[in-house]
Write a protein that binds this ligand. Structure first.
Ligand code: SF4
Length: 865
């Protein structure tokens, strides 16, 4: 025995360390520290030549602390994970076709191997399965000495191919064969363990076992012989105090889980472990706890694809597709493209929405607005730079250049998740992956990828990689996977998500292996996995105070049962059921919520449209919010064709038809019908309406067309003549400019102007409009846009079932004059600071976009008094 080893004291002599909280590590004689020290003594090992392997990296500081507690001074053994130790020994050099455990590279290698195996046609849907198989086999292959791997694979091949002879299973057999060959020909970082530096540099190697056996354990036992020892970290101890909480749904479960955490912290139990069984639920609980100002350490992390940085990158790629929708391009430009001028972008969006341009490729730029033209050209140049096929290295450098040009690169670098995104995609290594150097020649280096393939690759990489936020110095709550509770000390435990779906100990083993193949490979059986899951559960419940939560219904409202592990717990510990909700009711002083009454005099009303004035009349606050503040909703462009699209289409068809008819007014009815059909087709083609979406409206078209032509014939026989359609007009009255587009202007036989407005509503509704002329301002507003003192006005309802009918507004001049007087009065009142109250009257409120702003649903009758 060396002098240093002799001087070590057994942990049992360290006063005060045998308390229950640290028992498994520090228990005299049977604790983990005692086991390690005992093995060191047995091997006469110096601590510097002793390595203790741990199942996961988070245990390394714990083990260091525990050793320091037992041995106040002197040397400590090296606490390592297998991977860290291998890395310290120098790892190994990877070949260009090796499995690298880097999803970005392995995804491409898997595709290249499938191509080489004659499975190119199935490449896209088989690559994920091949990767899954390879990752499972890799742990087994890595446990075999590098020079014996080929023989190992040779021996396994007939066993794995057994029963896969038929043509139906040929693909499965090929996949198995490729996966086996791939893992057998790869080098692994743990190959360093087979070198003399590892085997001769260590006097004592101790393996602390997790819940599942590691394939490398048996290999290490053989390599290190008498110098090797292993012991499980987990040991049976008494169960903690468990409370069970059944929640109605996910939101209720998240609130109760947050309440449990807060209760533990208020009782002085820190840190609290929050077990992550369900990603979505964990994120919700995390948001609530962060909102309460708690310090969290999230060891679970979240997928890069769900981060803002990941979403921004995917938005860029979607916007660069040749068939990108206008929404996709706007989504990209409005989320992080610093190089786009804000004002120009607003104008561009306004133009696109006004013209309902669904596909970006249909947009030619607005020639009246120089900044919009410039931005459009810039966006097209950016998009063009990513549309050619090229090898991955060129994709990465091209993407980097575009990110830099748009100002997104610096933002990604400055953001923690953003820099993880750049690293996961090797975006800083673009030129390295070009294959300039022999070492960088991968199987796929020269393969050209289309933008769609590159986008799929980026999506897969971001789905596979995780981002972990920075850890606080002194955390109150640790978000942790169930397996990583092992060997760690928490004052309290909260486990939400314990329903039959998210905590199922009897779930199918991962991968496509049959039970016989798993046995032949030495992969854990279903029973073994089940036993591990139960052991992890039992270990978790040894925390002094535990809260177990589950929900009784899923997102679709379907009933969910508690996990079988919870059901067993219910039988064993019926008395432990929580009888009170962990949430606490707080009294909040009631404050009457009054309807808002802002003043709008600092936002002068300079222009007014018919619909804006209608807003002012129906609810002054609505006018203030939507028109003066400009808080209007924007319509999605990439939505299905609806009645409004049909209305716009019909207006354009009738305009073109009437203008064409002006030069050939004597066409017979049949010829007019043919002309109208041709016009309709021309408009459909120009707008680019998807025929399948337009089908319901196309089916109604013949009846609409015939009804319109019959009405037109009678209208012309009355002496009316078409003059103009879709006519933009402006008229200044006082300090306000009235603006609007008039559907149609005709000239009557008596020489008077006839202003017409098309409607596609039921005729009874149109008749209702003219029955209360001073309530309906639309037609009168259009009359006010024209210079005529005397004129006529009418609505024209165009429909499928009721044909086309003209509903005249006989008092239009009186109504127009009253309207102008009203506009002058109302705008003067606004300018003088009159209040603009929210009236809260139906039907204005029913579909009002400002309902959330005025808080219509929060007022009470009393509050409004
Ligand atoms: S919801 Fe009603 S009260 Fe509120 S702004 Fe709209 S119309 Fe006015």
């Amino acid at each position: 025995m060396t002098e240093i080893a002799k001087n070590h004291q057994a942990p049992s002599v360290v006063a005060g360390l045998a308390d229950a909280a640290r028992g498994r590590w520090l228990e005299p004689h049977r604790g983990l520290i005692a086991f390690i020290a005992g093995q060191m003594q047995r091997c006469q090992a110096h601590p510097a030549r002793t390595v203790v392997l741990l199942p996961f990296a988070q245990l390394m500081p714990v083990a260091d602390r525990m050793w320091a507690s037992a041995y106040l001074d002197g040397f400590a053994p090296r606490f390592e994970t297998t991977r860290n130790w291998s890395q310290a020994l120098g790892g190994c050099s990877h070949g260009s076709a090796d499995l690298s455990f880097d999803m970005a590279l392995d995804t491409l290698t898997a595709r290249a191997l499938l191509d080489a195996a004659g499975l190119a046609a199935q490449r896209e849907h088989l690559s994920a399965s091949l990767l899954e198989m390879a990752y499972q086999l890799a742990a087994l292959a890595a446990a075999v000495a590098p020079d014996q791997r080929a023989a190992w694979a040779q021996g396994l091949r007939p066993v794995l191919q057994a029963g896969l002879d038929g043509p139906l299973l040929a693909q499965e057999a090929a996949l198995t064969s490729v996966a086996l060959a791939w893992v057998a020909s790869s080098s692994y970082i743990t190959d360093a363990l087979f070198t003399p530096a590892a085997t001769q540099g260590v006097d004592c190697l101790v393996l602390l076992q997790g819940f599942e056996a590691e394939p490398i354990e048996q290999t290490l036992a053989t390599l290190f012989g008498e110098r090797f020892a292993a012991t499980p970290i987990h040991a049976e101890t008494t169960q903690g105090q468990v409370a069970l909480h059944a929640a109605s749904d996910m939101e209720d479960e998240a609130q109760q889980a947050s309440g449990c955490v807060m209760q533990h912290l208020q009782a002085g139990r820190t840190p609290v472990a929050l077990v992550a069984l369900d990603r979505a639920l964990t994120r919700r609980v995390r948001a609530m706890l962060e909102g309460a100002g708690l310090r969290l350490r999230d060891e679970n992390g979240w997928k890069l694809s769900t981060t803002r940085a990941g979403a921004a990158l995917m938005a860029l790629l979607r916007a660069c597709a040749w068939n990108a929708s206008t929404d996709a391009v706007l989504d990209w430009l409005k989320n992080g493209v610093a190089a786009a001028d804000d004002q120009a972008l607003r104008s561009l969006e306004h133009s696109l929405r006004q013209r309902a341009v669904r596909d970006w490729s249909a947009w030619r730029g607005d020639e009246d607005m120089a900044d919009v033209v410039t931005l459009t050209e810039q966006v097209n140049a950016w998009r063009l730079s990513l549309q050619r096929s090229r090898p991955l290295g060129l994709w990465l450098s091209g993407l980097q250049e575009l990110l830099q040009a748009t100002g997104q690169w610096a933002a990604l670098q400055a953001d923690r998740a953003g820099s993880d995104v750049l690293a996961a995609l090797h975006l800083h290594r673009g030129t390295e992956l070009l294959g300039d150097q022999p070492a960088a020649q991968f199987l796929w280096t020269a393969r050209r990828l289309s933008l769609a393939e590159f986008t799929t690759w980026v999506r897969q990489v971001l789905e596979a990689a995780s981002c972990s936020p920075l850890y606080p110095v002194d955390e109150q709550v640790v978000i942790v996977p169930m397996n990583q509770l092992l060997g760690r000390q928490f004052a309290a435990l909260v486990v939400p998500g314990c329903d039959e779906q998210h905590l199922n100990p009897a779930s199918e083993p991962p991968g496509r292996w049959t039970a016989a193949q798993r046995l032949a490979l030495g992969l854990p059986s279903r029973q073994t996995l089940q036993a591990s899951a139960r052991a992890a559960w039992q270990h978790a419940l040894q925390t002094p105070v535990c809260d177990v939560l589950w929900r009784q219904s899923d997102e679709a409202g379907e009933t969910l049962l508690p996990s079988t592990l919870v059901q067993a717990l219910q039988l064993e510990t019926a008395a432990a059921w929580a009888v009170h909700d962990p949430r606490r009711l707080r009294s909040v002083a009631t404050t009457a919520q009054r309807a808002p009454q802002p003043q709008g005099n600092r936002l002068p009303v300079s222009t007014l449209s018919a619909s804006a004035y209608d807003d002012l009349r129906s609810c002054p606050y609505k006018f203030f919010a939507l028109r003066q503040l400009g808080l209007r909703e924007v319509d999605e462009l990439d939505t299905e064709v609806d009645k409004r699209d049909f209305g716009n289409w019909l207006h354009e068809v009738l305009r073109r038809f009437q203008e064409a008819l002006r030069v050939q007014p004597d066409l017979a009815l049949n010829a007019r019908a043919a002309l109208l059909d041709a016009t309709a087709q021309g408009v459909s083609d120009a707008i680019g309406l998807p025929p399948e979406e337009f089908l319901p409206f196309a089916a109604a078209w013949p009846a609409v067309r015939d009804g319109y032509l019959l009405w037109l014939q009678a209208h012309e026989q009355d002496g009316a003549q078409f003059e103009q359609a879709e006519a933009w007009r402006e008229q200044t009255i006082g300090a306000v400019k009235l603006v609007g587009k008039i559907d149609r202007i005709d000239r009557q036989a008596n020489g008077l102007t006839l202003v017409l407005d098309y409607k596609s509503e039921d005729q009874s509704k149109t008749k209702q409009r003219v029955a209360n002329p001073f309530e309906d301002t639309q037609l009168a507003f259009y009359a006010a846009l024209l210079p005529d003192d005397e004129l006529a006005g009418a609505y024209v309802t165009v429909g499928e079932k009721q044909g086309t009918t003209k509903v005249s507004e006989d008092q239009i001049v009186d109504v127009r004059d009253a309207l102008i007087e009203g506009i002058l009065h109302d705008t003067a009142q606004i300018a003088q600071g009159a209040t603009l109250p929210a009236l809260g009257q139906p039907p204005s409120c029913d579909y009002c976009a400002a309902r959330g702003l005025c808080r219509r649903d929060s007022w009470t009758e009393v509050a409004n008094v």
